[in-house]
Design a protein around this ligand. Structure first.
Ligand SMILES: Cc1ncc(COP(=O)(O)O)c(C=O)c1O
Length: 343
């Protein structure tokens, strides 16, 4: 199911194009001025998202980055520290927004797969006093830079509990929360129970062209709405894009198909070059392929794939990241494997 120009694009699940159903929903969306709270399509999407996550309220935002920024800036004051893993999206890939706009600093934990343990929080908080004002914990589930790994539910529960006992608020960057749900069968509201605010994206695996949502208490979401306007995120007749997001959310049941494709890709590459893929890490819709285990460098493989019309991203000079999504299929995976076989 390559794109019309024949390209199979595995760079990210953000590259999907809106489906016909989304385009039709956009064309017929009933809209109003959302800054006045009068867009029925956006309002209904916010109600649906809040209810799915067991939260009192939600606010639709243009991007995951803005959802994260609002989650942090509504709960941490300027100068406060937020605990996260060192390769968290919120710290590394959002252009320093939390620091630039919210005056927030990150206290990073060096731990694999996005897994922050209760002891990590306790160790950070132990040193805390008015000199070290730690006020939040921020999760990322699934964890992008570890290849879409799922944070084990029990670990997340124990660490969130440790954070809350220390008086910290908890944010969940759930850009791909629905992938975690599809992989584990754990209800989204169960994950959301472990955080005060949850951001999830419609424009990742769910396949919408634009949009994310922040869910939380009435109080926090009221403040988030205020900050959204301050940051230029008040979007007027936004029902046009909320309509596509609603179709995307309704289609969340298909995310398991992306996971099956990732398994096919990961196993196919691992059969040829076992040291290049860690299959335990292939848990959702991503596969990391390490150049070390290949007869060519990661860059070399990326070049050969590109010559074959297959695009793939990298997370470092040595590691490629393949992401499966609605606009790639088994034939596209086979195109990848053909190139890898030819190595
Ligand atoms: C884990 C994670 N969080 C947040 C974001 C930010 O989303 P956006 O690109 O919509 O700002 C991304 C984007 O890739 C992401 O992977």
């Amino acid at each position: 199911m390559a794109f019309p120009d024949g390209t199979a694009d595995f760079r990210s699940d953000t590259v999907t194009r809106p489906s016909q159903e989304m385009r039709e929903a956009m064309a017929s969306a009933v809209v109003g001025d959302d800054v006045y709270g009068e867009d029925p399509t956006a309002n209904s999407l916010e109600e649906q998202a809040a209810s799915l996550l067991g939260k009192a309220a939600a606010v639709f935002v243009p991007s995951g980055s803005m959802g994260n920024l609002l989650g942090l800036a509504t709960q941490a004051r300027p100068g406060d520290e937020v605990i996260c893993v060192e390769n968290a999206h919120v710290r590394n890939y959002e252009m320093g927004a939390a620091a630039a706009v919210g005056g927030i600093q990150f206290r990073t934990v060096a731990t694999p797969n996005g897994e922050i343990k209760p002891a990590d929080v306790e160790a950070a908080v132990e040193q805390s006093s008015y000199h070290l004002p730690i006020s939040m914990l921020s999760w990322e589930n699934t964890h992008n830079w570890s290849g879409g790994t799922v944070i084990p539910f029990e670990l997340m529960e124990a660490t969130s509990e440790a954070a809350r006992s220390a008086g910290l608020a908890v944010h969940l960057d759930g850009a791909r929360l629905w992938n975690a749900v599809a992989a584990t069968g754990v209800d989204a509201a169960e994950y959301a129970r472990l955080a005060d605010t949850v951001q999830f994206c419609f424009s990742k695996g769910l396949g919408a062209p634009i949009g994310s949502i922040l869910c939380g208490s009435e109080d926090v979401i009221t403040r988030a709405r205020y900050l959204r306007k301050r940051f230029g995120g008040g979007m007027r007749q936004v029902g046009v894009i909320a309509a596509a997001a609603a179709v995307a959310l309704d289609g969340r049941g298909r995310l398991g198909d992306d996971h099956v494709l990732a398994q096919q890709l990961g196993k196919g590459v691992a059969e040829l070059f076992p040291a290049s893929v860690s299959l335990e890490q292939v848990q959702t819709n991503m596969v990391l392929v390490h150049g070390d285990g290949l007869p060519v460098s990661a860059e070399g493989l990326q070049r050969r794939l590109s010559e074959a019309g297959v695009l793939v991203g990298s997370i470092s000079k040595h590691t490629l990241r393949f992401v499966t999504h609605r606009d790639v299929d088994g034939d596209d995976v086979e195109r990848v494997l053909e190139v890898v076989r030819a190595l």
